[in-house]
Design a binder for this molecule. Structure first.
Ligand code: NAD
Ligand code: G6P
Ligand code: MN
Ligand code: MN
Length: 435
């Protein structure tokens, strides 16, 4: 049987993950699951851990869920280590959002200043997890969900020197779930080709005869159809002329770049409204409601309310990836992996989020081919911003971080940017040992 270790086990997403494993038990026979957390998350771990065990007890399968605050107790003999932790919990996220907004710039979990600081807090932790894995479970796969998923996964490869890693996001799953219906098709009739970076990828779609249907889906976007955009992204429409020229479908997060003005205005409006607040503040309420539900000793399945979180369908990405590695299924999954030429406009050894076939040797990225100047310019800028952030996360070098801030398209470079950076460095001091 398979041993799974989940780091950040106290997450409210754990029931989503359990549901995915229960659904796939026939192809992925799990023996034991270890949920690991830390002192700060102890109470959450205990509540959601009991809930996870009830889900297995209500299933036909005999799986034991172990809880621990010591990951070194959990890791020995692991086959798959999944990561879903949040350094500093939601309070840290709220600082990532509120401090930039207080200067009139975007505060968001994976974009702009907030996303860069989430990387600075997370990368040292993921690298220490990798060191433990080298010692305690050198054959295991690391399946990373922790945001910013692209930068965190790239750091594992580049600085952790660990190649058995796959980065995940639910955004492509949502798109592939909802888009086919908008043109009267089912997913199995279509071929999807994704390429780019995490939260910064585009895709093209082809029908069962090989005809490209990308433009049909773009047209459907303007008929008010549900395109599978995550719950956390405010749905400002893209400019249609831009998409038709591009002939690719941007991911939901491209709104922060292509409609920067409106997305910033919307974020600032919520930030300034004491009854709304930032997304992190909104999510705090949902999380509280979820944990109240998880405390109910009669609840043994994932509650509806989890769909209010942006990470819906997370388990379809995570559990399908693990099952595909385990059973060498070669399923098409969109993952963050080493480029190896799939996106020739980016370095061969950097991380990209691309359509891949997933099997026992990991991800085999599918060649996408060169991008046109507009997208090439964007993706090269974003990748080099990410590389600066990762380097700063490892070295703690102030100038390198400033370079990242200045190149980041969400930042208006200047005095205010430097103040945001300084304020975030102080606010997160406890979680930034490298600075
Ligand atoms: P959360 O605030 O519930 O945190 C999850 C757990 O991580 C907490 O119980 C916390 O105590 C624990 N934790 C913190 N530091 C830790 C450490 N050093 N070691 C072990 N555990 C630690 O977070 P959440 O809202 O459930 O999200 C979890 C993570 O998943 C976040 O990083 C979030 O950004 C990410 N996420 C990713 C996607 C995606 O598409 N990839 C989607 C949704 C959420
Ligand atoms: C999805 C993304 C995640 C993101 C999350 C936020 O959109 O793919 O990477 O960070 O949801 O969800 P939340 O409910 O925490 O705002
Ligand atoms: Mn994501
Ligand atoms: Mn700038």
């Amino acid at each position: 049987g398979v041993k799974i270790v989940t780091i950040g086990g106290g997450s409210s997403y754990t029931p989503e993950l359990m549901e995915g494993f229960i659904k796939r038990y026939d192809e992925l026979p799990i023996r034991e699951i270890w949920l690991c957390d830390i002192e700060e998350g102890k109470e959450k771990l205990e509540i959601v851990g009991k809930m996870a065990q009830r889900m297995w007890d209500a299933s036909p399968y005999d799986v034991k869920v172990h809880l621990t605050l010591d990951r070194r107790e959990a890791l020995p003999g692991a086959d798959f280590v999944t990561t879903q932790f949040r350094v500093g919990l939601l309070n840290a996220r709220i600082k990532d959002e509120r401090i930039p907004f207080s200067y009139g710039m975007l505060g968001q979990e994976t974009n702009g200043a907030g996303g860069m600081f989430k990387a600075l807090r997370t990368i040292p932790v993921i690298l220490s997890i990798v060191e433990d894995m080298k010692e305690l479970c050198p054959d295991a796969w690391l399946i990373n969900f922790t945001n910013p998923s692209g930068m965190v996964t790239e750091s594992v490869m580049k600085y952790g020197k660990w190649d058995k890693v796959i980065g995940l996001c639910n955004v492509p799953v949502g798109a592939m779930m909802d888009e086919p219906k908008t043109i009267g098709k089912t997913l199995d009739q279509l071929t999807y080709k994704f390429a780019g970076l995490n939260h910064f990828h585009w895709h093209k779609v082809f029908d069962e005869h090989g005809h490209e249907v990308t433009k049909d889906i773009i047209n459907a976007m303007y008929e008010g159809k549900d395109m599978g955009i995550p719950a956390n992204i405010h749905d400002i429409p893209f400019f249609k002329e831009q998409l038709l020229r591009m002939n690719m479908i941007p991911c939901g997060y491209h709104r922060y770049y292509y409609r920067e003005e409106e997305m910033l205005a919307h974020g600032l409006k919520e930030y300034n409204d004491p009854n709304v607040g930032t997304r992190g503040q909104q999510v705090q309420q949902t999380e509280h409601e979820l944990f109240e539900l998880y405390k109910d000793p009669n609840l043994d399945h994932k509650p509806e309310q989890l769909a209010k979180r942006g990470g819906a369908h997370y388990s379809d990405a995570a559990c399908e990836t693990i099952a595909s590695i385990y059973a060498n299924k070669l399923s098409h999954i969109v993952v963050t992996t080493k480029n190896n030429g799939a996106v020739p406009d980016l370095p061969v050894d950097c991380a990209v989020e691309v359509s891949s076939y997933i099997g026992s040797t990991g991800a085999r990225p599918i060649a996408f081919g060169p991008l046109e100047p507009a997208e090439r310019g964007w993706v090269q800028c974003m990748k080099n911003m990410e590389l600066c952030v990762e380097e700063a996360a490892v070295t703690g070098d102030y100038g390198t971080l400033l370079q990242a801030f200045i190149i980041n398209p969400q930042i208006v470079a200047g005095t205010k940017a430097k103040r945001i950076m300084d304020e975030l460095l102080i606010a997160h001091k406890k979680y930034l040992p490298q600075f």
